[in-house]
Design a binder for this molecule. Sequence first.
Ligand code: S3P
Length: 432
Amino acid sequence: MEKEIHKVKKIVGKLRVPSDKSISHRSVILTSMANGVSRVKNFLKAGDTLTTVNVYRKLGIKIEENGGVIKVHGKGLKGFTEPDDILDMGNSGTTTRLTLGVLAGQEFFSVMTGDDSLRKRPMKRVTQPLKDMNANIDGRNEGSLLPISVRGSKLKGVLFFNEKASAQVKSALLIAGMNAEGKTIIEEPFKSRDHTEKMLQFMGAPITVSEGEVYRVTVKTTERLNPIDVEVPADPSSAAFFAAAAVIVPNSSLVLEEVLVNPTRDGFFRKLKEMGAEISYENVREKTGEPVADIHVRYSPDIRGVRIGREDIPSMVDEIPILAVVATQAEGETIITGASELRVKESDRIKAVVENLRNVGVEVEELEDGMVIKGKQKIKGGYVNSYKDHRIAMAFSILGLVSEEGVKIKDADCAYISYPEFFEHLQSVIEK
Ligand code: S3P
């Protein structure tokens, strides 16, 4: 499906964007390992998280939906059953990598595959450390690409340095570590999103965290996990698109309600502030152990270009495409480096952003690990390719709002992966 987005007068009102994708995945995967029934309020119903629900049902977990609340009937750390067919992980890297950590310690055989994009994404970053824990895993290209098979085995703990600061890798090893003999220790140069360790601690897992020169999480062999009640807040990665719209469209003022502002996730909003945007956190409070806020964003004509380096990436890894969109409207250059991980996301997001910015008339330089964007540019408009990547489709829709001739987006319906209501929500805050 193609979508065409045109210039608008302003963005106004209030919006509660859909629930957090990362926490929603974990609220099924981790609770399915608990002994008893967990309840999840405000579970995100989108492409990726529904993949997780389907996969865990195929692994023998009863998951019910009742008036907006999901009930997960956990069967214990080793309570899954052998699936009778190949598991389809769709487009979801998070489901795949975390589930590899689950399956490595079960007593059965399983195979997983995914769509065209997922079958190109690197899995060795998870399969190698899992093999070091004694996991029995194989796959295409020496276990680095889907389809991948797992024959459950007796695991042992390891010390792993998470060079790429990947939360998916950390989470897979923490999950496997609960079913392993001894201790599993994961160290990170920069702290990646910490939802897995937080939720597991909440469930009573023997997990300790220390924050010094490196961030270190340690997990011991775990006997049982307690079921929990979770309420999922709004996703900062989805809120980012609307915050960007309010910053760049003249006369805008928008309140984004109940957004997760965990410091491992809110790097985009902090960068906007550093650029000089008018943005404030109001009514800051806690929801099941996570900080949330209503974020008020106003049109900010005087924003300046900014530098984004390696240390900034983990807390805004999924927001680089929309940050690039905002940068086209800032005074001066924005320089993004240390972001080579973007090349192996749902699409090569560096290539996709650079190519699409050029298509709509923006001057931009591609770097191996980032890009340089010239500011204060007129957006002529034109045709962009989403590469079926949800975040590329949504980022360029927002750029369309300040374009002279409109932006037409190819395969815009891929937004459903994280945000099925994106275009309706956009309509609801536009004043023409
Ligand atoms: C995620 C971690 C990040 C992020 C992804 C979701 C998670 O990936 O890009 O969208 O839920 O753990 P990496 O672990 O590859 O950094």
